[in-house]
Write a protein that binds this ligand. Sequence first.
Ligand code: XIL
Length: 369
Amino acid sequence: MNKILFSLSIVATMIPSAIFSQQANTLKEAYKDDFFIGAALDLSQIYEADKQAADIVKNQFSSIVAENCMKSMFLQPKEGQFFFDDADKFVALGEKYNMFTIGHTLIWHSQLPDWFFVDKNGKDVSVEVLKQRMKSHISTVVTRYKGRVKGWDVVNEAIMENGSYRKSKFYEILGEEFIPLAFKYAQEADPDAELYYNDYNEWHPGKIETVVKMVKNLKSRGIRIDGVGMQAHIDMTSPTLAEYENAIVKYTAAGVKVNITELDLSVLPSPWGTSANISDKVEYNEKMNPYKTGLPKDAEEKWENRYADFFRLFLKHKSKVRRVTLWGVTDAQSWKNDFPVKGRTDYPLFFDRNCNTKPIVEKMIQLAK
Ligand code: XIL
């Protein structure tokens, strides 16, 4: 009898650890005490039509963001006519799998419907009309997902690398004030949601300076801003770790968290730098597309090591980093295959073109342990 009890107790102590080690084999489990680990989803993943990719999302990630379907051109293609089907599905998916759901993005000069800045004669709208349009877009969208979308990229890409404001129509019509206004409208619509400013190349000293100034200005006026989102479309040489670390430290010193929001490490040549300005285009040339049939082992190793360097940096600053989100799930989905050169074969993400788990996943899990 005693023998049976003894064996039962051995089995009982073994079960939880078996379950634990199984769970700890996923990214979200490995990083659960550090930061959210997320991915940007396309429609086939949102609707779980791509079953394999959907399983990866459910098993590996603790946070999701929509790659496209919450951008203003999709949510409000005509003034006052909203299209919420895809975004509703996306938010429901986040709830189904208990993921920290991010809204991307409320105010951005790209992927914005044509009507936004013009009146019926095609002329720029007035200050008052643009404010009212911003308010109506932000309030309608944020209110619809109140309490369900946990954080919003309120403004995207408003500052240039040299620290000047981007000369978008938002800026031309409203001046710098369009940013505080956007945050105010978002805060009014959901006082509990986290609110972020998101941008690329946010490690450039000029950009850091202006973003920090903007964060401080919002805070001094009692307008909520919780985080700066650093897109992190990086390549094999740029930025340096020191440049990146400097940015993380400076943003945190201004009193906000840092989100690594659109991480993808391109392995392809990029002599034009790491701008993620989606209207930039570089002409195709064979030399720029060296890995059409597969990535050689040595190139993959270098790529893994650089990812590891960045994840080590994020872990070092885990008290400052709220979330690390990859800009996509599989290499097949990645926008980097077409940006800034159309038609290349890139390998920037953690799962390959056939949804196989790359060795990098295990390496990043080990790193967290
Ligand atoms: C990209 C998407 O990945 C593409 O599918 C789309 O065609 C263009 O936009 N900065 C951002 C993201 O904030 O929204 C962009 O996403 C990439 C650059």
